[in-house]
Design a binder for this molecule. Structure first.
Ligand SMILES: Cc1cc2nc3c(=O)[nH]c(=O)nc-3n(C[C@H](O)[C@H](O)[C@H](O)COP(=O)(O)OP(=O)(O)OC[C@H]3O[C@@H](n4cnc5c(N)ncnc54)[C@H](O)[C@@H]3O)c2cc1C
Length: 298
């Protein structure tokens, strides 16, 4: 199917883009276009105006202060992988991004596009939610900031208003003795959409799991925090965290009970729950290992 005719705008600044967006009657933002153009070509969405975000230097910024790293929404996945800040502070996020599509998709698709498409299976969100990331959204009136975990409303729906642009993802640097890990299960090794994914973050203090976050993906309408899995491990001695230990089995079971998966061509709901159970345990153990590695390196 051919794309229907549309007007294409290529603003050079963020304020120009915001102006165009607020004036557009039936407009959409185009970042890399790897989701948008595919859906337009399939006839699932139709717009008369596309506003390109490609030339907006403001969306490519990345910087840090003592507490936070700020990543522009317009950074491509490949730019995230090349980012020294990401590699230094959030290696697990880089690992998740490396699992998005193929080189071509990563060279074109952006962080902002991945979050704004809001597919339940998107690969960048689980680790970022585990890291307690926030997103900044801007319109002509100003900037709004919310936790990324509250950004997603349903599959392919976010809180973003029609006149807002997602500009920045703000990620807090981890507390000492913190390990993070992302697990993705797809139907093949490369260029596969997640059937199930899990991100785990653990902070260890005095031999106890002082803080934890478990975020599950592709098993509910949005990526979501599994509070019952967190409760299963938080405050517990990490000496009890080993393969098939009572605590690990409880955490895996809790995550699968928190999930609300669908049946589709990639897998049945019960299959997804079973995979999630195993993946959660694996993600926790690897996050713990990453935490121990960090401790020996510092
Ligand atoms: C072959 C293939 C494989 C893929 N594999 C994966 C995969 O393994 N994992 C995965 O997670 N995804 C995958 N994707 C999906 C897609 O590549 C990613 O979601 C990508 O990050 C989308 O970014 P984009 O810049 O191309 O977004 P676009 O297509 O440009 O935009 C997507 C949506 O977000 C909106 N948008 C974009 N940027 C902003 C912004 N800054 N503010 C507000 N709204 C915005 C657009 O209006 C549009 O609605 C795949 C896609 C393809 C074609």
């Amino acid at each position: 199917m051919y794309l229907k005719e549309f007007k294409f705008y290529r603003p050079g600044t963020l304020s120009e883009a915001l102006e165009m967006l607020s004036n557009a009657e039936n407009g959409a933002l185009k970042a890399g276009g790897t989701d948008l153009l595919v859906e337009m070509k399939k006839g699932l969405r139709s717009y008369s105006e596309l506003i390109s975000l490609t030339d907006l230097a403001e969306l490519k910024e990345q910087n840090e202060d003592a507490e936070f790293v700020r990543l522009g929404a317009g950074l491509t996945h490949s730019e995230i992988l090349d980012s020294e800040l990401v590699r230094k502070y959030f290696p697990a996020f880089a690992e998740a991004v490396l699992q998005i599509g193929s080189n071509q998709v990563r060279n074109t698709g952006t962080l902002g596009g991945n979050l704004c498409t809001a597919a339940a299976c998107c690969d960048s969100a689980p680790v970022l939610i585990a890291l307690d990331a926030e997103v900044e959204m801007m319109n002509k009136k100003g900037t709004e900031t919310i936790a990324l975990k509250d950004f997603f409303v349903h599959n392919r729906r976010t809180v973003l208003k029609k006149d807002q642009i997602l500009t920045t993802v703000v990620v807090k640097k981890c507390a000492p003795h913190t390990g993070v890990h992302f697990e993705k299960f797809g139907l093949r090794q490369g260029s596969a959409i997640a059937v199930v994914s899990v991100a785990a973050l653990l902070t260890i203090e005095d031999g106890l799991c002082k803080d934890a976050r478990i975020v599950i993906g592709a098993v509910a309408p949005t990526p979501m925090v599994s509070y019952n899995a967190i409760n299963a491990i938080k405050g517990r001695p990490v000496s009890d965290f080993y393969e098939k230990s009572e605590i690990l089995l409880a955490a895996g079971k809790a995550a699968s009970e928190d999930s609300v998966p669908i049946d589709d061509v990639r897998g049945g709901a019960q299959f997804r729950r079973n995979v999630l159970n195993t993946l959660t345990q694996r993600a926790i153990l690897t996050a713990l290992r990453n935490c121990n590695m960090q401790n020996t390196q510092t």
